[in-house]
Design a protein around this ligand. Structure first.
Ligand code: NAD
Length: 503
């Protein structure tokens, strides 16, 4: 058998593709086949420093470019994303494992954040007050920060980088994107589109790397804001390190998202909603529903009975297999972590309703698991407390709406939650009392549209900053308030006043 030559992934710095001079690197896999497809270099602190310096120069010019010219680039970028959706979806599928139709869904949600960023001039326009004192007007302006960074996870190789970075660029910053080292190709594809759209060199940079690279970026003196999305464990570290270095930080973490099923809900609709929201993308979404919480024993029995056959029928498959419901997991490690979580839950007393541990898929080398469903899971079990980023889901019945609210509010993670009911009063009580950042009523995945803010509570987000929605524009700008006086021609007064200025 001949030797397979692996592709070498580049960094994209100041408009140049650059291989890096580091001997530290990782591998990129095709999760559907389990094969290595490339090596990805991990940038050194020196390479990061050079990138930040180049980005800083680019930011100075870009921040002063007229708003209209900046937005024209975004319009073109948006058009290119639409034109290249098919190609980009295949690339996502190849390096991430998700199905092409799922990848197209993520691209279209990513385009929503470009749409929002196109409206940036409206969001960041300042305020103006006339005649706040003798001959004085006051106004505010929202200025770009300079160099900012986004550190992205593997599970949305396009949507999250777009959501995190487009507004930052629109309001005049230069961006250093550190994509997940597991999915570097999609980020580089975005670089190509930005270049074609006419973005000046140095405004958008992609630096590949691992923890050491991230540390060099987030502690660099000229990086002013950090937008992070990933696991809660790392989000907390990024928040603590970033704020210690006086940066603005928005650090988004994981989720353990519940679906509460009231006795009056339409069970067939609930089952269909649960299956897609729980197992889509092989359960590798921060907004995946991972806990079904039926209220009352009767609801639990009916729900479990109807759900079982639907879960058994789910099919894992290659990203380009049109008959697959979901794809492979990102890595062998991710697959093993999911298997461990199932085994531990069983040891703790959980009962397997559907066992997906031996996937039916033909290609055994890919990182596949079929869908697993467990019941008899209790809130003290690890399986309930921790995020499982794979296709293993649990049923935790409760006796009342109050009990569901109290359990969910006690959970450390508060990303998303949804309730299925036909009772408006219960829905209102739930949405008012629940301590979760993104809440749904009769919707499977309560992910807000791009022009609303996005973000969890508790350990699902550290810091108040935003990476999605209108508040992102504020996160990536700083406000300056100007008091400006122009003397009337007739004004001939000349006096020195030692009192504190008053109107
Ligand atoms: P991860 O935390 O392993 O990695 C995220 C990023 O951090 C990557 O770029 C990685 O290179 C870097 N990183 C990893 N360890 C680091 C360390 N010790 N120090 C500094 N940087 C480090 O997350 P992942 O596995 O890529 O993504 C899955 C996680 O992301 C899940 O927990 C999921 O829920 C979460 N997620 C959250 C949201 C949200 O909006 N809240 C959205 C998508 C994904």
């Amino acid at each position: 058998m001949g030797t397979v030559t692996l592709d070498v992934v580049n960094h994209y710095i100041n408009g140049q593709h650059f291989k890096g001079e580091n001997d530290r690197f990782g591998y990129v896999y095709n999760p559907s086949t389990g094969q290595k497809i490339a090596t990805v270099p991990y940038a050194t602190a020196e390479e990061v420093d050079e990138t930040v310096n180049l980005a800083k120069q680019a930011a100075k010019k870009w921040g002063k470019t007229s708003v209209g010219k900046r937005i024209q680039v975004l319009f073109k970028f948006r058009q290119l994303l639409v034109e290249h959706t098919e190609e980009l979806a295949r690339l996502i599928g190849k390096e991430n494992g998700k199905t092409i139709s799922d990848a197209k869904g993520e691209i279209s949600r990513g385009i929503e954040s470009v749409d929002l960023a196109i409206g940036a001039p409206h969001i960041i326009k300042g305020e103006h007050s006339v005649n706040v004192g003798g001959e004085i007007n006051a106004y505010s302006m929202n200025q770009p920060l300079g160099v900012v960074t986004c550190i992205a996870p593997f599970n949305f190789p396009v949507m999250i980088p777009l959501a995190m970075s487009t507004m930052a660029v629109a309001v005049g910053n230069a961006m250093i994107l550190k994509p997940s080292e597991k999915v570097p190709y999609s980020a580089l594809f975005l670089s190509k589109l930005w270049e074609e759209a006419g973005l000046p060199n140095g405004v958008w940079n992609v630096v590949n790397g691992d923890k050491d690279t991230v540390d060099a970026i987030i502690t660099h003196k000229d990086v002013k804001a950090i937008s992070f999305v990933g696991s809660s464990k790392v989000a907390k570290i990024i928040y603590e390190t970033g704020t210690k270095h006086h940066k603005r930080v928005a650090a988004y973490g994981g989720g353990k998202n519940h679906m509460v099923i009231m006795p009056d809900a339409d069970i067939d609709k609930v089952v269909d909603s649960f299956v897609g929201a729980a197992y889509g993308s092989a359960g590798q979404r921060c907004m995946s529903i991972s806990v079904a919480m039926p209220v009352g024993q009767k609801t639990a029995a009916l729900f479990t009975e109807k759900l079982k056959s639907k879960v058994e029928a789910l099919k894992a498959g290659a990203y380009d297999d049109e008959s697959a419901d979901f794809g492979a997991l990102i890595s062998e490690d991710a697959k093993q972590a999911t298997l461990r979580a199932i085994d531990e839950a069983v040891k703790e007393g959980a009962h397997i309703v559907v066992d997906g541990r031996n996937p039916k898929v033909e290609n055994k080398a890919g990182f596949y698991l079929d869908a697993t469903l467990l019941d008899h899971v209790t809130p003290d079990m690890k399986m309930y407390k921790e995020e499982v980023f794979g296709p293993a889901r649990i049923i935790v019945p409760v006796e009342s709406l109050d009990e569901s609210i109290s359990l969910i509010n006690d959970h450390q993670l508060g990303n998303g939650v949804t309730i299925f009911t036909n009772n408006g009063g219960d829905a209102r009580k739930f949405t008012q009392e629940i301590e979760v950042g993104m809440t749904g009523v009769n919707v499977p995945v309560p992910i807000p549209v791009g022009y609303h803010n996005f973000g969890g509570w508790k350990d699902s987000r550290f810091g108040e900053g935003q990476m999605f929605g209108p508040d992102t524009a504020r996160f990536f700008t700083k406000t300056k308030t100007v008091s400006e006086r122009w003397f009337d021609r007739e004004d001939t007064t000349n006096e020195t006043n030692f009192d504190f200025p008053s109107s």
